[in-house]
Write a protein that binds this ligand. Structure first.
Ligand SMILES: Cc1ncc(COP(=O)(O)O)c(C=O)c1O
Length: 381
C-alpha cells in the first residue's frame, strides 16, 4: 500500500520549531509581543492597515461581523458553497443568513444574483474566496456602496492571492482569514481580521477580549484608579497565544513561496488533466492570481462523482468534497432552508472532488494523483 496523500497538509520546518521553542522559554505564553509581531507581519504581507489576530478563522468571522455592526434583525448575504462557519458566525449574532447562488466557473458569489437579493435589512455582503480564488470584488463593492451595505470577505482560503493586482486583505472593508493547518499558513488554530478601518479594528480587538477596554481615553470612569478597566460590549476570549503567533510569523516569511508552489502544482494539474473530457477543471478569471487552497475538479456527470471519489480513496488519495451547500446541514434545514435554493451551488457540490494540493507535494505526488485519476476514469468508463 502506498502512502496516504491527504488533500492538504501543513509545512513546518526547523525555523518554525525554533520560533515556538523561543516563546516557550520566554515570559509570555498567551497574548504578548509575539502576537504583535505576527499582526505586523500580516499587515506587511497584505497591505491592510489594521490586523487583529484571534484564535480561529471562525472567531475572526464572528469578531468581524460584530465589528461591522451586525446584530439582531439584520441580514447577511453570502454563498452556500462554503464551510458552515461563514454562516454560523452570523447566527451567533442573532442575524438572518440569506444564501445567494454562485458563478458556475469559480463557485464564488454571483454579483448579479446578489443585486436581486438585497433588501433594506441587508447589512453585510460576505464574499467567500472559494478554493483561494478571490470573488468579484469590484462588482460586489459597487453593489454594497450603492445599497449602503458593507462588503466583507471570508478569505479563509485566499491569503496570498490577489485580484486585479490588489492583495487579499485590501479588497473588502474587512477580511477574515484562517490559520488552520490546511490553510495557506498556519498557527495550528488561528485567524485574523484585516481592515483599513480603524474603528472596525478597535471593535474587533475589544470583541476578542470580552469587550473589555484598558484604554484610558475610552473609559467612562478613567479616574477610578490605575487598576480600573471597563467592559463595554459582550465579547469573548478569542485571543491568540504567543506560542501560536511565533509559528505564524515564521510561516508568514514563506507565504509567497508556499503560494508559488501551489500555483505550480495547479499548472501541472491543468496541463495533465485538460484532455480528460469527463472532467471540468477549476475556473480562473484572467485578472485573478488565486492562492490555490483547493484544486476542485468536477465530473461532467454527477453519477460519476461517488465512484470516482471512492476509487481515488482506494488508491490512497485523501480526496475531499468542498462543500456541501451549508443549508444541506440538518441544523439549517430545521431553520427552514430548503434544497433547491441555490441550484448552481448544488450542482457544483454534486460534481466536485478536491484533489490533493499543498506546498510539500512533490512532482511525483502530482503525477501519482494524475495517474490515479486517469486510471480510475478508464476503469469506470
Ligand atoms: C471558508 C471558510 N470559512 C471559515 C473557516 C473557519 O476557519 P477555522 O477553522 O480557522 O475556524 C474555514 C475553515 O475551514 C473555511 O474554509
Amino acid at each position: 500500500m502506498t502512502d496516504f496523500l491527504p488533500y492538504g497538509r501543513q509545512s513546518v520546518d526547523e525555523d518554525d520549531i525554533q520560533a515556538v521553542v523561543e516563546v516557550l522559554r520566554s515570559d509570555f505564553l498567551t497574548t504578548g509581543p509575539a502576537v504583535a509581531r505576527f499582526e505586523q507581519a500580516l499587515a506587511a504581507a497584505t497591505g491592510a492597515e489594521h490586523t487583529v489576530a484571534v484564535n480561529s478563522g471562525t472567531s475572526a468571522l464572528h469578531a468581524m461581523y460584530f465589528a461591522a455592526g451586525l446584530g439582531p434583525g439584520d441580514e447577511i448575504i453570502t454563498s452556500p458553497l462554503t464551510f458552515a462557519a461563514t454562516a454560523n458566525a452570523a447566527l451567533y449574532l442573532g442575524t438572518t443568513v440569506k444564501f445567494v447562488d454562485v458563478e458556475t466557473d469559480t463557485g464564488n458569489l454571483d454579483p448579479q444574483l446578489v443585486a436581486e437579493s438585497l433588501t433594506e435589512r441587508t447589512k453585510l455582503i460576505v464574499a467567500v474566496d472559494f478554493a483561494g480564488h478571490p470573488a468579484e470584488y469590484d462588482a460586489l463593492r459597487e453593489l454594497a456602496d450603492r445599497h449602503g451595505a458593507i462588503l466583507v470577505a471570508d478569505a479563509a482560503h485566499s491569503l496570498g492571492a490577489s485580484y486585479k493586482d490588489r492583495p487579499v486583505g485590501t479588497l473588502a472593508t474587512a477580511t477574515a482569514v484562517s490559520f488552520h493547518p490546511v490553510k495557506p499558513v498556519t498557527t495550528a488554530e488561528g485567524g485574523a481580521v484585516l481592515t483599513d478601518d480603524a474603528d472596525l479594528a478597535r471593535r474587533a480587538r475589544l470583541f476578542q477580549t470580552h469587550g473589555i477596554t484598558r484604554a484610558q481615553d475610552e473609559m467612562l470612569d478613567p479616574d477610578e484608579g490605575p487598576w480600573w478597566y471597563e467592559q463595554h460590549h459582550l465579547g469573548f476570549n478569542y485571543r491568540l497565544t504567543d506560542v501560536q503567533a511565533a509559528l505564524g510569523t515564521s510561516q508568514m516569511a514563506r507565504l509567497a513561496h508556499f503560494i508559488e508552489r501551489r500555483r505550480e502544482i495547479a499548472r501541472q494539474y491543468d496541463a495533465a488533466l485538460a484532455s480528460l473530457s469527463s472532467l471540468e477543471l477549476p475556473g480562473r478569471r484572467p485578472y485573478v492570481d488565486p492562492g490555490w487552497h483547493l484544486y476542485v475538479i468536477r465530473v461532467q456527470e454527477a453519477a460519476l462523482r461517488r465512484p470516482l471519489f471512492e476509487a481515488l480513496r482506494s488508491r490512497g488519495l485523501g480526496v475531499q468534497v468542498h462543500y456541501l451547500p451549508v443549508y444541506y446541514h440538518p441544523y439549517y434545514a430545521q431553520l427552514g432552508y430548503q434544497r433547491g435554493l441555490a441550484p448552481i451551488a448544488e450542482d457544483f457540490y454534486a460534481r466536485a472532488i478536491s484533489l490533493p494540493i499543498f506546498r510539500a507535494m512533490s512532482d511525483d505526488d502530482v503525477s501519482r494523483v494524475v495517474e490515479a485519476v486517469e486510471r480510475s476514469l478508464r476503469e469506470l468508463a
